[in-house]
Design a protein around this ligand. Structure first.
Ligand code: APR
Ligand code: PHB
Length: 390
């Protein structure tokens, strides 16, 4: 087979790029390791920055998001029994975020790829990029007993944190930066009315908690737990009791509980791989960087990678201008690191750190006090939360 751009990974990054390129007449193939059912069964976060929502519309995939997603113009930070509202709209110059599940984003992107007869190959095993530093790279994969070869101009590594793309960059070239946090988030999805129409991030001595939602009948809640905890240790009753303990009374008294329909523990990690280009291979999204979920930046730092790559590839094919591709890694990383900083700051501000000394705890308190007393600090939070410009 032959194509212009071979995209490894059929998550939101790979599908979005595939869709945008196809709309500009650039031929591409997506290779996904898993079945579509498997990809769509993964529960992911649910906050989209406005730039990502714009990209969905540009990709002609924004219709359902605009119909079913909720515009949120603020959220709360709960601390010492009180709710403090962060007015995103006021402090970000009129911007907002869209609450819409990332799983639904992926579903909408698959539907769009089907409508346009885009090529997405599922259950592609042993995907392997080759000859990346030549001008004739190719990708192989196995389907049953057959090895299939795809010749292409460019390979896009959009295969997530555990993918093969990043691993095909020699260790002598790649520098990896990593920070692992000493706790995880226990998340519960339940078919109950959300306790608050806006998200509540709670800082509590017993640990962080988050009240989020997918719709007016579907809630998503999280609590900080030690990394040694297992899902089996947490009955639904124990989860609800602990969540309520970490929230102000006025919130926990309103909480409607119910059976969990999904329960899982996710570790918190920050990670960046540099550079994001190796020869004809370009990394995008979780393949190159991940953030702890506290700042809701995961998909959103993938969005700018896709935006830069899309424009760079269009300029390459339509104007024979390769400067966007040459600058891609530096440009993408500049925004990636800003999202890293913000996610680290939100995580540091709101969690209980087992190793923290009294001095650290005081600083955390004063950071929160400063935030609620300073419009400048709230502006900084708001502009990062709604998403820095691409
Ligand atoms: N070959 C082909 N596909 C692969 C391989 C491989 N070797 N390894 C992984 N994949 C697939 C995965 O099955 C997954 O569907 O690549 C896809 C990567 O998708 P994500 O992990 O969702 O990464 P990305 O598309 O960059 O999305 C980034 O979306 O859901 C969020 O938490 C995620 O916020 C992050 C953002
Ligand atoms: C979620 O709804 O899953 C969610 C929302 C906000 C976050 C993280 C996760 O910061």
């Amino acid at each position: 087979m032959k194509t212009q751009v071979c995209i490894i990974g059929g998550g939101p990054s790979g599908l979005m790029l595939s869709q945008l390129l196809h709309l500009k007449g650039i031929d591409n193939i997506v290779l996904e390791k898993h079945s579509r059912e498997y990809v769509l069964s993964r529960i992911r976060a649910g906050v989209l920055e406005h730039g990502f929502a714009k990209l969905m519309r540009e990709a002609q995939c924004g219709e359902r998001m605009d119909r079913e997603g909720e515009i949120h113009e603020g959220f709360f930070i709960a601390h010492q029994g009180r709710l403090n509202r962060v007015d995103l709209h006021r402090f970000s110059g009129g911007n907002s975020v869209v609450v819409y599940g990332q799983t639904e984003i992926t579903r909408d992107l698959y539907d769009a790829r089907d409508r346009m007869k885009g090529v997405v190959i599922h259950n592609a095993e042993d995907v392997q990029p080759h000859e990346l530093t030549s001008d004739r790279p190719y990708v192989t994969y196995r389907q049953g007993d057959d090895i299939v070869r795809i010749d292409c101009d460019f390979v896009i590594g959009a295969d997530g944190f555990h993918g093969v793309s990043r691993k095909s960059i020699p260790k002598t070239v790649l520098k990896e930066y990593e920070k692992v946090y000493p706790f995880g988030w226990l998340g519960v999805l339940s078919r109950t009315k959300p306790v608050s129409p806006e998200l509540i991030y709670a800082k509590h001595d017993r640990g962080f908690a988050l009240c989020s939602l997918r719709s007016q009948v579907l809630s998503r809640y999280y609590i900080q737990v030690p990394l040694t905890d297992t899902v089996e240790q947490w009955s639904d009753d124990a989860f609800w009791a602990e969540l309520k303990r970490r929230l102000p009374d006025e919130v926990s008294q309103q909480m409607i509980t119910g059976p969990s329909i999904e329960k899982s523990i996710a570790p918190l990690r920050s990670f960046v791989a540099e550079p994001m280009r190796y020869g004809q291979l370009f990394l995008a999204g979780d393949a190159a960087h991940i953030v702890p979920p506290t700042g809701a930046r995961g998909l959103n730092s993938a969005a700018s990678d896709i935006y830069y790559l899309y424009h760079a590839l269009v300029a390459h094919y339509q104007q024979k201008d390769s400067s966007g591709l040459d600058n891609y890694s530096a440009k993408a990383l500049a925004r990636v690191w800003k999202a890293q900083r913000f996610s680290w700051w939100m995580t540091s501000l709101l969690h209980t750190f087992p190793e923290a000394i009294d001095y650290d705890k005081k600083l955390q308190e004063v950071d929160l006090a400063y935030l609620f007393s300073s419009e400048a600090a709230q502006s900084s939070l708001a502009e990062n939360y709604v998403g820095l410009p691409f």
